[in-house]
Design a protein around this ligand. Structure first.
Ligand SMILES: [Fe+2]
Ligand SMILES: [Fe+2]
Length: 128
């Protein structure tokens, strides 16, 4: 999918993806709360992590095509997070709900902070 250089389109795309991310995050938390089988939690977690990856790439394309001045900084925050999640995800064997719970809480907190910080700055820049 081509990301348009038109800021308004980039902005609505990012807003849509952030909503989607919240929905996916919610479905993982819900699986844990409802004490679903570890396989169910692992599957939803895997879907969420793949979506985070896709979203980061898309966000980076939007930043690049709009000459966003904080691109390098924002990208390195994504990269650090990708590495951490990858490491943790590899250590999850799909049957240990406790480790998954730790991973899910970490994802949740990091994404909330990231959205309120770097992502919010980017959205403000796109609006201006
Ligand atoms: Fe971001
Ligand atoms: Fe984002």
């Amino acid at each position: 999918m081509e990301v348009s250089a038109f800021p308004k389109m980039g902005l609505s795309l990012l807003n849509e993806q952030h909503d989607m991310l919240k929905g996916q995050m919610h479905s993982v938390v819900e699986a844990l709360d409802q004490k679903e089988a570890a396989g169910v939690v692992a599957k939803r977690l895997g879907d969420l992590i793949r979506y985070v990856d896709l979203h980061f790439s898309m966000e980076e394309e939007v930043m690049a095509s709009n000459d966003y001045p904080r691109l390098a900084l924002h990208k390195s925050a994504h990269e650090a997070f990708r590495n951490k999640v990858r490491q943790l995800h590899e250590s999850v064997d799909g049957s240990n709900t406790e480790i998954m719970e730790v991973l899910v809480r970490l994802l949740e907190r990091w994404l909330e902070n990231h959205e309120a910080g770097e992502d919010e700055r980017l959205l403000e820049f796109m609006k201006s």
